[in-house]
Ligand binder design. Structure first.
Ligand code: G6P
Length: 614
């Protein structure tokens, strides 16, 4: 997500701002930019698509002088990631430069009204609308810049954290927030500004967290002034930073993994934003629609991935076969690349990767491309190698995932696959419209249902205490729940170092049933599905051998809860969406077991987040 940095003081601003941008890189972004006011009263803006390092290269040889400036990392919402859409944005007269984190929902109306007044726009962003509005109000109402900001923000619907500087006003930064974070740091003869404290902490521990609808007037030689949108002056509340840099990035959670599990309602909303329109009954995945013929004429879909991403791919297999009637094969990239695979030019290859850098998946993509197949990427890290090496794709947009055990990236990968299958199925007319609409409408409920499951965290923590003794675990599921079972088992082994096997429930009698005794915990996903009754038979087989059953059930369940030793009740949903819910308690269970066993949850032994060697 976007990151904001600002500085006003006695030192050169550029190095402080660039360092701050680097500190915010973990947030995820696709372009960056900087605005500096120098002693000659110039307002210089430099922007670059790509990494902060690209911005630094771009700035080489340019005038980067000045002791006041603002800088930004952009995570695209309105308009593609490019130079024009990167922040800061100039006003029409190029006298004001503004950076913004958030979304201005009524920007279309505001833009139209400004256009009618003769304003022209250089970008597709909502941010440029705001800077133009501020300038228009300043000129037409003949007010100073802080008043203009206040009046403009009163017209804005949506979320924002903003910072601006004005040409000819080299002693002033104005900042404001609503629903997007902003922190002011109070240093010796200096003020700092940032989206979180990570760029500030090495300069000062004294910070002020702005509240919603507060405007900070940060003047070089004066005390910080905070006014509300309603023009009430506030007394700045200084907070002493006590947390380490690492802890700050965890947002108060004990581990990144827990934070990332809890982020999922938001990350799934982010992943759907701009793609699903419930009111118009539309799914718009431009990567699919721009290449519609490839998908409609696909002889086969080949899904290539590793680890957790491969598990998401397995769910994709169920989805594409059910809704698009296209045969699907899901392959480990590492096996596929060395197996002399048969690849047809009319195959569509879907490569799934959180990091976008997994070496085996990259190599498998190259192989598929050489054979003439169309390659589609599902990745999280914007601008990473896989998106750059595929013909088209969709980002998952969950922000940086720092915990090695993937959680929020997995659910977003599954969500993208769901949206793809629905989008292609509708185009192919292989999904009845009524069914499409039912699933679409239920997708909208998923984030809230995940919130409900997260509310069971304490109960799941209690349950985890029962299982810390275990040396082995079995996870069972059928249909859409089978990939969830193996992903649940992977989560447990990754971070708790307990051996865990995920199995299709019906396969248990062909081997793993030999392992079951009264010590063996068996986690069964037994939510409502077309195979519910079959799963009950499998549970009976475990029960007969005294296995200890922990079942994931729905509220309406009456049968499984009578057989299971423990149950976790999750909300009901469409069968194809159930993985988005049933994985959540399994993530929490593995997290709590790992914590109880004293493991390094975020960086488990021998594992890496991004596997760049084969
Ligand atoms: C590593 C990570 C896993 C991840 C796998 C594939 O093993 O620890 O969490 O699922 O790589 O990574 P990718 O970035 O391609 O999804």
């Amino acid at each position: 997500m976007c990151g904001i940095v600002g500085y006003i003081g006695k030192q050169e601003a550029y190095p402080i701002l660039v360092k701050g941008l680097h500190r915010l890189e973990y947030r995820g972004y696709d372009s960056s930019g900087i605005a500096l006011l120098n002693t000659a009263a110039d307002l210089n803006i430099y922007k670059s698509k790509g990494r902060v390092a690209d911005l630094e290269t771009y700035c080489q040889g340019k005038d980067i002088s000045g002791t006041i400036g603002i800088a930004h990392t952009r995570w695209a919402t309105h308009g593609e990631p490019n130079h024009a859409n990167a922040h800061p944005h100039y006003s029409q007269s190029e006298h004001i430069a503004l950076i913004h984190n958030g979304i201005i929902e009524n920007y279309v109306v505001l833009k139209e009204s400004l256009k009618q007044k003769g304003y022209t726009f250089q970008s597709d962003t909502d941010t440029e609308v705001l800077v133009q509005l501020i300038e228009y109000i300043k000129t037409s109402d003949n007010v100073d810049i802080s008043k203009a900001v206040q009046l403009a923000l009163k017209q804005v619907i949506g979320a924002y954290a903003i910072a601006l500087v004005e040409k000819g006003n080299p002693d002033l930064i104005i900042a404001a927030r609503k629903s997007s974070p902003l922190v002011v740091g109070i240093g010796e003869d200096a003020f700092f500004l940032a989206s979180d404290a990570s760029p500030i902490i090495e300069y000062t521990k004294k910070v002020i967290y702005l509240d919603d609808e507060e405007i900070a007037i940060i003047h070089r030689n004066e005390q910080l002034k905070i006014i509300s949108l309603g023009n009430i002056e506030k007394t700045p509340q200084i907070t002493q930073l006590e947390m380490s840099l690492g802890a700050l990035e965890k947002g108060g959670y004990a581990h990144f993994m827990l934070k990332e599990i809890f982020e999922q309602p938001r990350t799934l909303r982010d992943c759907m934003r701009g793609r699903i329109n419930i009111d118009n009954n539309h799914i718009v995945l431009s990567g699919i629609l721009d290449n519609k013929e490839k998908f409609l004429n696909a002889r086969r879909i080949l899904i290539l991935a590793c680890g957790t991403s491969w598990h998401a791919g397995l769910i994709g297999e169920y989805l594409f076969e059910e809704f698009c009637r296209i045969p699907v094969e899901v392959e480990y990239s590492s096996e596929f690349r060395y197996r002399h695979p048969v690849i047809y030019p009319d195959d569509v290859v879907i490569a799934i990767s959180q990091s976008g850098e997994t070496a085996d998946t990259l190599a498998a993509i190259e192989l598929a491309k050489k054979a003439g197949a169309f390659v589609y990427g599902i990745c999280n890290v914007v601008g990473s190698s896989i998106p750059r090496n595929t013909d088209s794709g969709s980002y998952t947009h969950v922000g940086p995932e720092i915990g090695v055990a993937s959680t929020k990236a997995f659910t977003a990968q599954v969500l993208v696959l769901i949206m793809m299958a629905l989008c292609i199925g509708r185009e192919k007319k292989t999904i009845p419209e009524k069914r499409f609409l039912q699933i679409l409408s239920e997708l909208d409920n998923i984030p809230n249902k995940i919130e409900t499951i997260l509310g069971l965290n304490d109960k799941i923590e209690d349950l985890s205490k029962i299982f810390t003794y275990a040396q082995n675990f079995i996870y069972l599921g059928r249909g859409y729940s089978y990939p969830v079972a193996i992903e649940g088992a992977l989560k447990l082994k990754e971070i708790s170092y307990i051996h865990a096997e995920g199995y299709p429930a019906a396969e248990m009698k062909h081997g793993p049933i030999a392992l079951i005794d009264n010590e063996m915990p068996v986690v069964v996903i037994a939510t409502n599905s077309t195979t519910y009754d079959k799963t009950i038979s499998n549970i009976q087989e475990i029960k007969a051998r005294k296995g200890r059953i922990l079942a994931i059930v729905n509220k309406s369940d009456t049968k499984v809860r009578q057989m299971a030793d423990y149950t976790i009740e999750i909300p009901e949903t469409e069968e194809c969406l159930d993985p988005l819910l049933s994985i959540i308690p399994l993530q929490l269970l593995s997290y709590h077991i790992a914590v109880k066993k004293g493991g390094d949850v975020d960086m488990p032994r021998n594992l890496a987040k991004s596997v760049t060697v084969e």
